[in-house]
Design a protein around this ligand. Sequence first.
Ligand code: NAP
Length: 313
Amino acid sequence: MQRYDFDTVILGGGPAGLAAGIYASRGAVSTAIIDLNMFGGQPSNYLELENYPGFSTVGGFDLMEKFEEHADKFGVKKFPMQEIQNVNLNAKIIKTNEAEFHAKTIVIATGAQPMKLGVPGEKEFVGRGVSYCAVCDGAFYRDKTVAVVGGGNSAVEEAIYLTRFASKVYLIHRRDQLRADKIVQERAFKSDKLEFIWDSVVEEIKGKELVNSVLLRNVKTGETTEMSVDGVFPYIGITPNVDLFNGQLQQDSKGFIVTDEKMETSVEGVYAAGDVRTTPLRQVITAAADGAVAAVHAVKYLEISKEEVTQNV
Ligand code: NAP
């Protein structure tokens, strides 16, 4: 098996990982980024961002392509499509299906993934009416009826996006008030294709070959109703991608990795950045900032370790 040695190995090539790559390689340390997929992370699937400073609107894919080109410019070694099988954070060894990476510092930037509703029919109909990516699948629902579940920024923004294709979009929310930013809410309330189903949860997703209805329960009255829909897009939040690290470092009650202000985790020389860590705001800008902070401190950690080795010789 191929062995690689790097000063810093970054796990995850989204905004946090790519920003960490730029800062680490500019700090003149050998840097690798490993990703399960291609680079770009979650924002690659966002149609548009309108809150990344310097760009009044920018395509998510385009922005992440720029991040990647920037990392390339500073010579970051990229390892996409790696199946990471095992990570030993204390020993700083990462095993993938193709290689073994030995690092002196690690930056965990593995991001997060959509939370599942956990109701009957959800798993069964993924790709046949259940989707977690409106940008990827929205066009399949031209002139159809879809339901979006959730009340946060993701649910409301994606519901608005789906009105481009669908003839009707229901937004099903478990309360009677949205969590999304006011500006996003205002835009949604203006749409005549969007209808809000308040105080309701999805109990089941039903269909034959494809989805054809959802079973809803009103949480205030207890009443259940069946509503015809062709597609269901759950956007009920995110859960961190931490399976490879569970039990090796401090995590909060939802599994997000706890860091200090240097982005250092409870394991020395291991940093975490972006959506995977406990943070009050999950945005491209905060992920990128986390990546920068993590990388700068990883570089400092390497310098201090080198000095200690020299003094001990
Ligand atoms: P979120 O803000 O955590 O919202 C999740 C929504 O799903 C909430 O409305 C929640 O209801 C609802 N929910 C949670 N569990 C549920 C369940 N089991 N059944 C039914 N509904 C459930 O998640 P998000 O919208 O995915 O956003 C994640 C982060 O990314 C946030 O920090 C968000 O601000 C950020 N983000 C920002 C932008 C932007 O600024 N343009 C765009 C997308 C995402 P309650 O309200 O009742 O808790």
